[in-house]
Design a protein. Structure first.
Length: 397
C-alpha cells in the first residue's frame, strides 16, 4: 500500500464491541481529534484578537488526513521543500507559502504556479530566481535578525555562521524594493512571552524602515502559544500593535503549537532483559519512528509510568543501534511481554521523519474522531504500511 498516494477511509466505531475483532496491532500512532480541537480553539482566539493569519508548518506535521479538521481554523500551509508545497496546495484550503533554504531552478518552476507566496533564503537566490516567477508572484525574503530563542544550538536559527536568512547588513533599499514581504524565523519551542516580546520589539526597531516598505511579514514558527498558562491575550495585543505600526498583514507559522499533546505512539513489550538495569524492548525504535528523541536526547514520556512506581525500566527499541532507547521510567507493576506502552506527544517532527531503518515495521496511523452528543467518535485509518512500501523506497517495486 502506497504511503504517499493512499489514504484509507475505513472507520471503526470503537463504541461497538464487535467492531474490533482484536486490539489494534502495534506499533501505531493515534491522533486524538478532541485534543487537536483544544489547540485549534486557542489558535482561533489568537487570530480573533490579533488579526494575525496562521499557516501550518508542514515540516513539523504533514499528516494530511487530519487537514479537514485543521483547515477550518488555519489560513493555509507553509513549506520547506517543493513536495510540501504541492501537498499543501492539493490538500489544504487557503494560502500556500513556499520557502526553501536552497531552491533549484526546477524547484522554482514546480512551485511558482501553486504558491501564493514564495520566500527566498538569500539575496543571491532572490536575484537569480525571481526572473523565473510570474509578475504577479508575491515574493518574500528570509531575514536573520541575529536574535533568537532556542533550547539547543542545533535548532537555533541565529546560531554562529547560520546559513538561514539575510542579516541586516546584507539588506539594501534596492533589494527590499523587489519584495512584497519579509520572513523572520527565530524561535524554537519558545514558551516565554516576555522573551518573545523582547525579540519582537528588537525586530520592530532594527528593521523598521524595511518593514514599512512591505505588505506582509511572517514571524515564523517555534512560538508555543498553546502551552498551558501562556498569555495568549498579551501575545495578541503585541502582534496587533506590531502589525498596525508597520501597516502589514502578519503571519505566524505554527507547527508544534497546533499538534502538541494530540498524538500517542502505542508500542508493545517484546522482551525484558537485564544488565545492571532492566530494559523493556518494544516493537519500535527512536531512529526509525521517533527520531527527535534520538537527535535532541530528550527522553519520551509514558502514560503508564508514575513517579512513585516501584519498577524502573529502560524502554529500549528493537533496532540494532546500541544507544537507541526511548528513555527511563518507573512503573507501578512489573512489565510483562505483551504489555502495551503509550508514548505521549508523538506528532510533531515525528511522522514527517519516519524511515525504514533495520526494515522495521512502520507504525500505522489512526485518527480518533471527537465524541459528538455523547456518541463516541470513530477511529479512522489514515494509513497502513507493509513490505511493499519498504521495498519501493529502495528500488522499483
Amino acid at each position: 500500500m502506497s504511503a504517499v498516494n493512499t489514504t484509507i477511509n475505513t472507520a471503526i466505531n470503537i463504541t461497538d464491541a464487535g467492531a474490533l475483532s482484536a486490539p489494534l496491532k502495534t506499533p501505531y500512532f493515534m491522533i486524538h481529534e478532541d485534543k487537536l480541537l483544544r489547540n485549534l480553539e486557542i489558535c482561533k482566539q489568537l487570530k480573533d484578537l490579533s488579526g494575525v493569519k496562521l499557516v501550518l508548518a508542514l515540516k513539523c506535521f504533514s499528516t494530511w488526513g487530519t487537514f479537514d479538521t485543521i483547515s477550518k481554523y488555519l489560513d493555509g500551509t507553509t513549506s520547506s521543500g517543493p513536495y510540501e508545497v504541492q501537498l499543501g496546495h492539493e490538500t489544504f484550503p487557503g494560502e500556500t507559502h513556499a520557502y526553501s533554504v536552497g531552491y533549484s531552478e526546477d524547484d522554482v518552476i514546480a512551485v511558482r504556479d501553486i504558491a501564493d507566496k514564495i520566500i527566498f533564503n538569500s539575496v543571491s537566490q532572490l536575484e537569480r530566481m525571481q526572473p523565473l516567477l510570474p509578475a504577479s508572484s508575491s515574493v518574500g525574503l528570509r531575514i536573520n535578525p541575529e536574535v533568537s530563542y532556542a533550547g539547543q544550538d542545533l535548532a537555533d536559527p541565529a546560531r554562529a555562521y547560520s546559513r538561514l536568512g539575510v542579516k541586516q547588513a546584507g539588506l539594501t533599499v534596492e533589494t527590499v524594493s523587489k519584495l512584497d514581504g519579509l520572513m523572520f524565523h527565530m524561535n524554537c519551542e519558545n514558551k516565554d512571552f516576555v522573551a518573545y516580546n523582547r525579540i519582537l520589539n528588537t525586530i520592530s526597531e532594527q528593521f523598521s524602515a524595511h518593514l514599512d516598505q512591505v505588505s506582509w511579514v511572517s514571524l515564523g514558527g517555534g512560538l508555543f502559544f498553546t502551552y498551558p498558562g501562556y498569555p495568549v491575550a498579551e501575545l495578541a495585543l503585541a502582534l496587533k500593535a506590531f502589525a498596525e505600526k508597520h501597516n502589514v498583514q502578519l503571519y505566524l507559522e505554527p507547527g508544534e503549537a497546533v499538534i502538541t499533546d494530540t498524538t500517542d505512539l502505542v508500542v508493545s513489550v517484546l522482551d525484558v532483559v537485564e544488565n545492571d538495569k532492566k530494559t523493556a524492548i518494544v516493537d519500535s525504535a527512536t531512529e526509525a519512528h521517533r527520531l527527535d528523541t534520538l537527535i535532541y536526547n530528550e527522553p519520551a514520556s509514558f502514560a503508564e509510568a508514575t513517579e512513585e512506581g516501584e519498577h524502573p525500566y529502560i524502554i529500549g527499541s528493537c533496532s540494532c543501534l546500541a544507544g537507541d532507547i526511548f528513555g527511563e521510567a518507573n512503573f507501578p507493576q512489573a512489565l510483562q511481554i505483551g504489555d502495551r506502552l503509550t508514548i505521549k506527544d508523538s506528532a510533531g517532527y515525528t511522522m514527517v521523519k519516519l524511515n525504514w531503518f533495520n526494515g522495521l515495521k512502520m507504525p500505522s496511523i489512526y485518527f480518533k474522531r471527537a465524541d459528538v452528543n455523547g456518541v463516541s467518535g470513530k477511529i479512522e485509518i489514515l494509513n497502513q504500511f507493509d513490505y511493499q512500501d519498504f521495498k519501493a523506497t529502495l528500488g522499483q517495486a
